[in-house]
Write a protein that binds this ligand. Structure first.
Ligand SMILES: NC(=O)c1ccc[n+]([C@@H]2O[C@H](COP(=O)([O-])OP(=O)(O)OC[C@H]3O[C@@H](n4cnc5c(N)ncnc54)[C@H](O)[C@@H]3O)[C@@H](O)[C@H]2O)c1
Length: 360
């Protein structure tokens, strides 16, 4: 109990006595800590209040009194009572699907208090017909995870700083909560210079069958990063070469790639803006400009259906016989978010087409 705050201790004792029973205790018999009674914009109930007004009790009879907006020391008792009751429930926001999102910034630190508040909240949400519950538990409060799991919550996803758990309340309806993100998103840069040389790397860590292979620079895009800027960043990080994004030439969709996750791999055509190579020693063993014909002749590229096809597509693009997808920034009124729509030719506006863009 040493890390339990006064307010949490109060909740714990109530829990022990029984929820409604403790509510029926007269003011004089209940220790109310200033923090427990504190509401936004009003002062805490002081101990002399409880002595003076000891005839008023929690529960239905007090609620009746509170409804008439009885005042103690000039402060509305009605507000105070609802504040005390709310403190026994977890703070949560409604979501647009009839569910609730628990405010992780206001979680109690003590697992016993959390157990009680979670149970009360689940009953309350069930009574109100709520559906899905989202509970984000920060890593600093990881001791609350087993409590939530014991109450029936399931893991949804985790990041470095938290684990997200969910609970589906309606027993008669199938769970409609969406699953965790199902894909990782990768990018590869096809960068060609004026001598028809392609920018290639040898990876430091790769399967034995790929040892010695000269390949396109590849990597993963970061959270909230655009495909076009992720490709430019990856090429810069691995080779030191600055580029301009031109087009998405093709993308590959594969499954069960990393811990059962699927993989979207966008092959991007980039225009070189610099030529000097400075490799990233952590990831890359070597990098160079390699004649395209030599690159294609590598047995691993020649024998790989996907890479062979990718090179064919890139060559067709060089001859203006093929057109990739270029990003167009727009805001959709559907969700109000700025986003990138990738497309190629717009028939009635040839200037919008990127098929004429040069590569170097
Ligand atoms: N590498 C290829 O030859 C190749 C071929 C086809 C498609 N792709 C696509 O390229 C995209 C990126 O793949 P990639 O092969 O460049 O990524 P990768 O697996 O090489 O990972 C990128 C970097 O992340 C780090 N990393 C990844 N997993 C790690 C781990 N378990 N421990 C420590 N460090 C780790 C390493 O620094 C690594 O260089 C994917 O979409 C993939 O499908 C790559």
């Amino acid at each position: 109990m040493d890390s339990v705050s006064l307010s949490e201790a109060t909740v714990m004792r109530r829990t022990h006595l029984g929820f409604m029973h403790s509510f029926r205790q007269p003011f004089s018999g209940v220790t109310i800590s200033p923090r427990f009674c504190h509401t936004k914009g009003s002062r805490a109930i002081s101990s002399n209040v409880s002595n003076t007004k000891s005839q008023y009790v929690y529960g239905e009879s007090l609620a009746a009194t509170a409804d008439s907006d009885y005042k103690m020391n000039g402060v509305s008792l009605k507000n105070r009572i609802s504040s005390v009751k709310e403190r026994l429930l977890l703070d949560a926001f409604d979501d647009e699907y009839g569910g609730v999102v628990v405010d992780h910034g206001k979680l109690p630190s003590n697992p016993t208090v959390f157990t009680s508040m979670l149970r009360n909240s689940l009953s309350d949400w069930r009574r109100k017909g709520k559906k899905g519950v989202w509970l984000k538990l920060p890593v600093e409060q990881s001791e609350l995870v087993p409590v939530a799991v014991k109450e029936g919550f399931e893991y949804h996803h985790a990041e470095k700083g938290y684990v997200m758990l969910t609970y589906w309340i309606p027993e008669e309806e199938p769970c409609m909560l969406p699953g965790n993100a199902s894909h990782q998103v990768g990018v590869g840069g096809f960068v060609l210079n004026q001598y028809k040389e392609v920018l290639v790397v040898q990876e430091k860590y790769c399967t034995s069958s790929n040892t010695g292979l000269w390949k396109l620079p590849t990597g993963f895009i970061n959270e909230s990063e655009e495909i076009f800027s992720g490709a430019v960043r990856e090429v810069k990080e691995e080779t030191g070469v600055d580029t301009d994004f031109l087009e998405v030439i093709a993308f590959r969709h594969a499954h069960n790639v990393a811990f059962e996750k699927s993989d979207l791999f966008f092959i991007c055509m980039l225009k070189p803006l610099s030529y000097k190579i400075i490799i990233d020693n952590l990831e890359i063993k070597a990098a160079k400009w390699m004649p395209l014909v030599e690159f294609v002749e590598q047995p691993m590229i020649k024998g790989d259906k996907m890479f062979k096809r990718v090179i064919e597509i890139c060559e067709a693009r060089l001859r203006h016989r093929y057109c990739g997808l270029s990003p167009h920034r727009l805001v959709s009124t559907f969700d109000g978010r700025p986003s990138s729509l990738y497309y190629n030719v717009v028939d009635d506006d040839p200037s919008d087409s990127n098929c004429t863009a040069e590569f170097y």
